[in-house]
Design a protein around this ligand. Sequence first.
Ligand code: AMP
Ligand code: GLY
Length: 348
Amino acid sequence: GIVDRFQEEGLNIFGPNQAAAEIESSKAYSKNLMKKYDIPTAFFSTFVDYDEAVNWVKEVKPPLVIKADGLAAGKGVIICHTEEEALNILDDIMNSKIFGDSGNCVVIEEFLEGEEVSFIDFTDGENVIPLESSQDHKALLDGDEGPNTGGMGAYSPAPVLTPELHDIIMNKVMIPTVKAMKEEGREYKGILYAGLMIKESDIKVLEFNCRFGDPEAQPLLMRMRSDIVPLMKTISSGGVAEGEIQWYDEASVCVVMASKGYPGDYKKGFPIHRIDEVNSMDGVFVFHSGTARDDGNIVANGGRVLGVTALGNTIPDAMNAAYKAVGHIDNELLYYRTDIGKKALKYI
Ligand code: AMP
Ligand code: GLY
């Protein structure tokens, strides 16, 4: 809604308005949009009635995925391996309202196997300018084990995304979605992010976000040679977004350092040292997430605290540089995955 407020005041702002942002803020809205416009996504149904949802779960076989319709701080998607688990989750979301009103409606969908990729573009409502590929690591623990988080690390480019897949995604997902939004009277301007599941040449949309991914933005911005600001200005002032974004050939890896306990309870307020020292390392940059200043110190102030990001000639080089930097900052109250980027190695 902030875009609408700025526009009311005649101020420039980059991003989708509230109606267009519903593509992220309501999973039922985005799933129904995809169904209407034949944009590939998992088979699904939406429910506002608890008993109907229960009946559907009993009809279709697990594994299945239950999603609260509204925003839930990255916690509203639950993969259910058994019917019992699914029924318990439905009760939690629809009756006990563990996600509040975000759970008034749920999406239940088939479980998809494959590899996840993030595809991000800039759009002025008509033209679509893709960014380079990137891949997030949603699970908390090495080897993609443990609970889902907002993202524990990312790298770019993602070699799973071949030029052929890039074209399929542009033609079957990104361009049709921007067109569909326009047709729905909700012209979409800004950054459109598709979270995709890829299995060989089969692609399906898991979700849309109306923003850069976090942490995908960190390696993408390190690799971006073009200045991003003129493009944002053009789109925000209603001009036509044209051309391509130029990139550095190097690879980039971002390792998220989180406060231990995240995504559950975690500590805040402890100091983090040596960030300046790490920022002076060649090709390394520390992005701040949950930090604050306290008496001249940088202290932890959130679950995901830092995104330590490095460039390298290859993904293994960037991994080495990022982990060397992480080693300098490491302390006993911070946790990070030790395998960010490893997924890419099987392709190179
Ligand atoms: P979403 O917010 O809808 O992207 O869901 C969060 C995460 O849950 C995704 O990044 C996937 O790891 C997982 N997920 C969501 N939907 C599915 C699905 N249909 N099949 C398998 N995993 C899924
Ligand atoms: N990393 C995924 C997201 O920003 O939603």
